[in-house]
Ligand binder design. Sequence first.
Ligand code: SAH
Length: 219
Amino acid sequence: MNTIIEDNYRHKGLRKQMVDQLRTKGITDEAVLSAINEVPRHIFLDSSFVELAYQDMAFPIGSGQTISQPSTVAFQTQLLQVEKGMKVLEIGTGSGYQACVLAAMGAKVFSIERQRNLYFKTKEIVEQLPFRVKTFLGDGFEGLPTYAPFNRIIITAGAPRIPDALLQQMKTGGIMVIPMDNAEGEGQTMLTKMEDGSLRKEEFGDFKFVPMLKEIGND
Ligand code: SAH
């Protein structure tokens, strides 16, 4: 593996500025901000983007996919209300950045990617980092029954519907955050599984996501 995992003062300074910018964009959860401050985002991007890694922008990561914008990562993570030791399932590993942010908050992260090349590329990067992230190649619609139930589930690709299998793999009191169209446009839906098995649904603002696709692919 040739990737040089260097996190120098310049990177750290840029990251701090990005965190300050996220505060001005309404991210208030200090645990989320501190995790974002900890995870070197430039490592998850192709080297040509290093200079831009700490701007609030999405970037291509190969295979037609993108690493989500930091403000989107921060917003979804804030909704998820992660606590130390929780089991978190992520659908859409992509670059692995979001998974590492969750792990930096103390979660045990299980992340599924359907795109074969991305899965292998990201696995190699994540294994060199000191975060508790386990990656899987598969269809996120099915979840990971072997490792269920989860305290939290985060979907990072636009979803056409709420996948049933994922609801079943969520603990009582658990929270799922899922990008779905709502009255605000392309937004975020937050589902909480109540004691009586019902779901509380809350909808939030406008975000752009690449679509969630079925099955494993090489496209
Ligand atoms: N969380 C990522 C952003 C991922 S973009 C990051 O931090 O970089 C969305 C990802 O979801 C893409 O990599 C895409 O290949 C993946 N994806 C789309 N549909 C999926 C599915 N059904 N199961 C698993 N992954 C899926």
